[in-house]
Design a binder for this molecule. Structure first.
Ligand SMILES: [Zn+2]
Length: 309
């Protein structure tokens, strides 16, 4: 049972949902945007009777409160307090942090990360061509980042994707699948489901093991591919407390935020959060586009600038 008025809550925070129509089962409401995979076609359903949710695209599932916590509008807010405001006439019980942690913990007990069915160690030609077209060297990337691929058979969700494993301390804990087909309705980056990960991709930093004295935070895996060692990607989701904890463990002297040109505000907000945790925290602004769009020459110049600061 959901012990609060979920619809009123979603309305209040302008979170779009549907309670009938395409993709919506009876007794469920579906959010327009899934906060786990960013799919925006109402695939993330909430079962009003059980209080569970499930996204049909990324396969993420759990309690509705886990879903709410993942939504950006509630970042840094006390979700219990928000829910309480919508619980008049319900038997509201605050959800204990320990219980939530337990729920998260039980999802993390895997000992190996499950790669999608049909995984290939060699990039097929269309995957290579896609990378060439984006001005990357597929042979170099495949070797350095241990890239894999799903071609036209195997796990349907990951077909036509480059599979980029996520390593933490040299252990593959999760992965991201990057679509080589850019069409409306296709999610560009699809994370490995939490159930199949050792650590959920949303709590990882991509390229983490290369951090030394300098850590540069970028948004996407292609940004890392362009920029190289010392650059870590938040996988488009920004930093959360788990990611900040990881970063602190490496204790870099210098932290730089290098977000896409359209996310400058987010970059400064993150820098503010990190201020005081590290010796130096800076933002580097791009005039346009994202780091992945830079030429190898421009990328090199930015590296040199950052390391000479
Ligand atoms: Zn999803």
């Amino acid at each position: 049972m959901i012990e609060f008025d979920i619809k009123a809550l979603l309305d209040e925070y302008n979170l779009a949902y549907k309670d009938s129509g395409k993709n919506v089962s009876k007794g469920w409401i579906n959010l327009e945007v899934c906060p786990f995979c960013n799919d925006d076609s109402y695939h993330c359903g909430i079962d009003l009777s059980s209080g569970g949710f499930h996204c049909w695209v990324c396969n993420e599932r759990g309690f509705v409160i886990n879903l709410l916590r993942q939504l950006e509008v509630f970042n840094g807010l006390n979700i219990n307090r928000i829910i309480k405001d919508f619980s008049e006439g319900y038997n509201f019980l605050p959800v204990q942090e320990e219980l939530l942690n337990l729920a998260t913990h039980s999802l993390k007990k895997r000992v190996f990360c499950e790669l999608p069915k049909g995984i290939l160690d060699e990039l097929p030609l269309p995957h290579k061509n896609y990378l060439y077209a984006r001005n990357f060297d597929p042979g170099f990337l495949a070797k350095k980042y241990k890239l894999k691929a799903v071609y036209n058979t195997g796990d349907e969700k990951f077909r036509w994707r480059v599979i980029a494993p996520i390593f933490l301390n040299n252990k593959m804990v999760s992965f991201v699948g990057m679509s080589i087909i850019r069409e409306k309705g296709i999610v560009k980056y699809l994370n490995c489901a939490t159930d199949d990960s050792i650590i959920s991709a949303r709590d990882c930093l991509y390229n983490y093991d290369t951090i030394k004295d300098v850590a540069v935070i970028v948004e996407g895996i292609a940004d890392v591919w362009r920029m190289g060692d010392g650059f870590v990607a938040t996988l488009g989701k920004g930093m959360n407390s788990e990611r900040i904890k990881l970063l602190k463990e490496k204790n870099p002297k210098k932290v730089v935020v290098l977000y896409d040109a359209d996310a400058i505000k987010d970059a400064y907000r993150l820098a503010n959060t990190l201020h005081g945790m590290f010796e130096s925290v800076n933002v580097l602004e791009l005039d346009k586009g994202d780091p992945a769009d830079l030429s190898p020459q421009e990328a090199m110049e930015i590296r040199n600038t950052i390391w000479s600061w």
